[in-house]
Design a protein around this ligand. Sequence first.
Ligand code: THU
Length: 130
Amino acid sequence: MALKDKALSVREKAYAPYSNFKVGAALTAENGETFVGCNVENVAYPEGTCAEAGAIAAMIAAGQTRLTEVYVVADAPKPVSPCGGCRQKLIEFGEGDVVVTMATVDGVEQRMTLSDLMPGAFTEAHLENT
Ligand code: THU
């Protein structure tokens, strides 16, 4: 199944009763395996956990630490854009040239690299004097 279809499929399982905004994410790890995540909200923290964070957690739990491709989809008027926290999480595990495809369920897609999504990212390079 293509990354797009995995993201669309997991999106249906999202638990988003507070925002009613379901998001699905799928990523490919360095070894070729794919991992998926959906957003999971709760009453105390209605923003919950993002789909991207869920997919990253699944990858890490499976022992993979590098991602090479990401697909995020939601039912929105324009392609869904990863939040700031997720951008930082994605850059932790992917090179700047990794392509993130942001999409709507209607099939509108926008592709951006992690560098474009997170210009001037705080990275390990900033810790070099420590
Ligand atoms: N959300 C994601 O899961 N990923 C994004 O890229 C944007 C936002 C979720 C968080 C929350 O459950 C809902 O969408 C509304 O913000």
